[in-house]
Design a protein around this ligand. Structure first.
Ligand code: S3P
Length: 230
């Protein structure tokens, strides 16, 4: 596998941007534009990112949460596929993980940038590895983005992912557990951790019971969710 920043990564991105950026009306410069702090300060809650390992329910909980809030929902993996014109699986196979990570980073910035500029609030389901890349927790924190970690037991994650063929990083149980262990220190940097060990509607209730949503719901924070960053 090519290392980040290698020639393979560069050529893959040239390929992506030559054929695809123009098709989607998106320039390389746009996608690399840096995130700036949320206008209106941290109290202006406009972007909520759901982080967590593959199978934690981000893409299922996200739309339900967005509906409850009356916000838009964006699925980062779907954005990446749309932008690349390829499935996630095909991006990994043809271009490699470093290229995938680069496009993922660009699309994350673009999704957040749109929401901040248009003041159009959005719930974004990140990919399982999005928040677990060096510098990303810091980057989102600096932009004033609220990140919620959906924390599921590894047995549940395994059970959910074992039946799906569209997860290139799911190879076997041992590597799955090792990848999760390596990512936990990243997920733990989220603003909040929510137990995602149950059905999606219940997980949404837990998210909405967190302090940042009090003014939307009037619900008091509950014990099953705890703040992980002071
Ligand atoms: C990945 C998780 C996937 C997808 C890609 C890489 C990861 O998203 O972004 O296959 O690095 O764990 P889900 O968490 O939605 O499966």
């Amino acid at each position: 596998m090519a290392a980040p920043g290698s020639a393979a990564c560069g050529s893959a991105n040239e390929w992506i941007h030559s054929g695809l950026a123009s098709r989607h009306g998106f320039s390389l410069q746009d996608s690399f534009s840096s995130l700036s702090p949320s206008p209106g300060g941290p109290s202006a809650l406009r972007v909520v990112c759901l982080a967590g390992f593959m199978g934690s329910g981000k893409s299922t909980v996200g739309p339900l949460l967005a509906r409850q809030l009356g916000w838009r929902f964006e699925d980062l993996d779907a954005r990446i596929e749309e932008h690349a014109g390829l499935s996630i699986q095909a991006i990994f196979e043809r271009l490699g993980e470093p290229a995938f990570r680069q496009v993922e980073n660009e699309q994350m910035d673009a999704a957040i940038g749109r929401a901040l500029e248009t003041r159009d609030p959005v719930v974004i389901a990140l990919g399982g590895g999005t928040y677990a890349q060096p510098g990303r927790p810091e980057r989102l924190r600096a932009a004033g983005i609220l990140v919620i970690w959906l924390d599921s037991p590894v047995e549940l994650l395994l059970a959910r992912c074992a039946t799906m063929s569209n997860r290139p990083l799911f190879r076997d149980e041992a590597s799955f557990r090792a990848l999760l262990a390596a990512r936990l220190p990243f997920y733990a940097q989220a603003d909040h951790r929510v137990d995602a060990d149950t059905e999606p509607p219940r997980v949404v209730e837990r998210v909405l019971a967190l302090p940042p949503f009090e003014r939307f719901t009037g619900i008091a924070p509950e014990l099953s969710s705890r703040r992980v960053r002071s």
